[in-house]
Design a protein around this ligand. Structure first.
Ligand code: ADP
Length: 265
């Protein structure tokens, strides 16, 4: 979309030239639109648990003041809502920090195979709760990529956690760390219900969820894959998502290695 600015440089009477400028506003408009939507979505996401929290405070100060049983239950719910808000604020902060550093590619040596092992260990309990088997295939020697250790841990954690949460109860999650020429990849595959094709292009948008209730139930903020995408982009890599409904989903992050392309310098 082009907008035409017509600025009359002079008064009508003097017949001076009229300046005509063409400016492509489409990208600028899209960015502005995204910003407005983001603030609205984030406010809404915070408002919901906040309203619930305040509602329970009022009930505890009023009608339920002397009800010991209700008090215990309400405090439990209030804690949950508080934790949900804390998770959301933490994810918003992570996302904004990653975005702020987007123009600097991280280049500390990070062992991708080691990261995968750490995440498998730390998510064993969650996997057990959903009776999910975690399978890891990674080279036994270190596989170093130029990166940011915390961000790569986060990337792997978000993908494996999603596979456990949205995959099949009692199913299997396969994590594979591989080398191909100048690149390294991590692939997380589950055997759950998968994702319908119409959702795939929007999956990494902030707050986009296929099933909002299921996401909330699982404690999701709707920001996990947006964080994954920004981490991959900052590492100058790419993310692919493949899924056939009924046959699970596979998320693959492909990252450049040392000594190839940009990292050779
Ligand atoms: P959330 O906090 O909701 O988990 P994410 O950004 O991590 O947010 O994921 C966005 C949505 O993508 C999820 O709500 C879920 O609907 C869908 N999704 C993510 N991973 C998978 C998966 N492995 N299988 C099926 N759906 C998934």
């Amino acid at each position: 979309t082009f907008r035409i600015h017509i600025a009359a440089l002079a008064g009508r009477a003097e017949r001076r030239p009229t300046l005509l400028t063409f400016e492509d506003l489409s990208e600028q408009r899209v960015i502005e639109r995204m910003r407005v939507d983001f603030v609205a979505n984030a406010s809404h996401e915070l408002r919901t648990p906040l309203a619930s929290l305040l509602g329970f405070v009022e009930t505890l100060q009023g009608p339920a003041r002397n009800d010991e049983k209700a008090r215990e239950r309400f405090l439990g719910i209030m804690r949950e809502q508080g934790l949900r808000m804390a998770r959301l604020v933490d994810d918003l902060l992570s996302l904004s920090r990653i975005e702020q550093r987007a123009h600097v590619a991280p280049d500390a040596p990070v062992d991708l195979a080691g990261i995968a092992r750490e995440i498998v260990d730390s998510l064993t309990l969650l996997a057990r709760e959903r009776e999910v088997t975690l399978k890891l295939k990674a080279p036994s020697e270190p596989l170093q990529v130029p990166g940011d250790r915390d961000e790569l841990l986060r990337l792997m954690e978000n993908l494996v956690e999603n596979a456990i949460k949205y995959g099949k109860r009692g199913g299997e999650v396969a994590i594979a760390v591989e080398i191909h020429d100048g690149e390294a990849s991590v692939c997380v595959r589950d055997d759950g219900p998968g994702i319908a094709p119409e959702h795939l292009p929007r999956l990494t948008e902030r707050f986009y969820r296929v099933d909002t209730a299921a996401s909330r139930e699982a404690g999701g903020t709707g920001l996990g894959l947006a964080i994954v995408k920004h981490i991959v982009l900052r590492h100058r890599g790419r993310l692919t998502i493949e899924s056939k409904p009924g046959q699970g989903a596979a998320f693959k992050a492909i990252l450049p290695r040392y000594g190839t392309g940009r990292s050779a310098a």
